[in-house]
Design a protein around this ligand. Structure first.
Ligand SMILES: [Zn+2]
Length: 449
């Protein structure tokens, strides 16, 4: 099996029309399940005047009301404790607790049964196999195993594939690097922020060049970095390894993956998820490639707390070309481009934080860390960008290029502040590099009302 290209050749190369029929069949099944086993879903659909029988064709799917994260937070006050009435199985069938790791708002609790947990590792098996993980790999997993799902399912999928897994849980960064060196680990999984941080510590604190270690592939998730070409390049150069993008979420599952053809985008696992892209302004479902919108997603086989038309707020767009690898699963171009909440208007221009990251990381003289702060000076929007100069690099040598590239890629002017290398905050897991202080002022005002 280790020579075969696909984890599941039947599903991954299924003709599109057949795949659509499979998605429809599975959608109906999960809709029926949610409607008949959870008070929350029954009320949601009944209030919209719908029963599962009203969904007769693929086009009818968009009639089903979306689920927002805030709705999931609200039901946690209801029985059964602590999940609330979206739970579709008796409590004793729940075998694992997780919670969402977002930086804003109260976390959402996520129950999974044993069957769901096997489903999680099956989703991740598609990811890892497509990225070249094989039984001969020794996979190092440098994350704190805790209440967040993060790379837990990646761990189990690697075992399922037959890889050897090294759980690098409570070790500190230096011990992790030494363990990778000691064991000749060949692969690892972490956030882009942590991959760069590990490389920095290895190089500057330990005198170890990470590209001389035996890691040859890295799977990134949790942040968009591996889909941003200049960030991906930095990681690949630092580690001398292929870096692959993946996106998943606690409430959804592991729904997408970059394959080893590296087509500048990710495949959606369309046998296990239904992804719809909704226009941010009109709410219309976008079928054609090249138009950005937010992702509405259904996990087609997740049972304990179903995910049916969940409003993920991830901004994505369909790619126009099929992938060279032969998978018929569609590609989303450039991976997850941003969050609908983070894409904001500055001086009337739409700004995506990922565009700033792409520019900063493309300039060699700048360090990996940076911070963007949007606020108002009087009535006028202002963007402050803090960057670090690498040692031995002068401001003059990067200034013009940084300004020009920012103007070119984002159509905006910036107030740029230069810092010595090592002086901006460092993050261990996910970074908060974009702050919109105007939003804070608005939300505080709303709270008072
Ligand atoms: Zn592919």
């Amino acid at each position: 099996m280790s020579h075969q290209t696909f984890w599941n050749p039947v599903l991954e190369t299924m003709p599109r029309e057949q795949l659509r029929q499979l998605q429809f069949k599975k959608f109906k099944r999960i809709l029926n399940w949610a409607y008949s086993h959870s008070k929350f879903h029954k009320a949601l659909y009944s209030n919209a005047g719908l029963t599962p029988d009203d969904i007769r064709s693929f086009d009818d799917i968009k009639k089903i009301p979306k689920v927002e994260k805030s709705m999931m937070r609200d039901i946690q006050n209801k029985d059964p404790f602590p999940y609330g009435d979206a739970l579709c199985v008796p409590l004793e069938e729940v075998s694992v607790f997780r919670q969402t790791s977002g930086t804003t708002g109260q976390p959402v609790y996520q129950p999974d049964t044993w069957q769901d947990w096997e489903w999680w590792s099956e989703c991740w098996s598609f990811v890892l196999w497509a990225q070249g993980y094989r039984p001969k790999d020794r996979v190092f997993i440098p994350f704190g195993y805790n209440i967040f799902v993060a790379f837990w399912a990646g761990h189990y999928a690697a075992e399922k594939l037959g890889c050897e897994v090294v759980p690098g849980g409570v070790l500190d960064t230096q011990s992790r690097i030494l363990k990778i060196q000691e064991l000749n680990a060949t692969a690892m999984m972490a956030t882009p922020t942590y991959i760069l941080r590990m490389a920095d510590i290895a190089k500057n604190k330990m005198g170890i060049d990470p590209s001389t270690l035996s890691i040859n592939k890295i799977t990134c998730a949790g942040e968009p970095g591996a889909g941003i070409p200049s960030t991906k390049q930095r990681m690949e150069d630092a580690w001398g390894a292929k870096v692959f993008d993946h996106s998943g979420a606690t409430e959804i599952g592991a729904w997408s993956y970059e394959c080893s053809s590296q087509p500048c985008g990710m495949h959606v696992n369309e046998a296990m998820f239904l992804v719809e892209i909704e226009d941010l302004n009109t709410g219309e479902i976008i079928e054609e490639p090249g138009r950005k919108g937010k992702m509405i997603i259904t996990a087609l086989d997740r049972m304990a707390q179903p995910c049916v038309r969940f409003d993920s707020k991830d901004v994505i767009e369909w790619d126009s070309e099929p992938c060279r690898c032969g998978r018929t699963f569609r590609l989303i171009r450039g991976g997850v481009i941003g969050r609908a909440d983070d894409i904001t208007k500055v001086k009337g221009v739409l700004l995506s934080p990922a565009a700033i990251e792409e520019v900063v990381r493309s300039i060699n003289g700048l360090g990996d860390e940076f911070e963007t702060i949007v606020d108002k000076q009087g009535d006028v929007d202002r963007i402050k960008l803090k960057v670090e100069l690498k040692p031995e690099v002068t401001r003059l040598s990067v200034e013009d290029r940084l300004k020009d590239q920012l103007r070119l890629k984002t159509n905006l002017g910036y107030q740029i502040e230069y810092y010595d290398y090592g002086s901006l905050p460092r993050y261990e897991v996910k970074a908060k590099r974009f702050k919109d202080l105007r939003k804070k002022a608005i939300s505080e005002k709303e709270c008072r009302l």
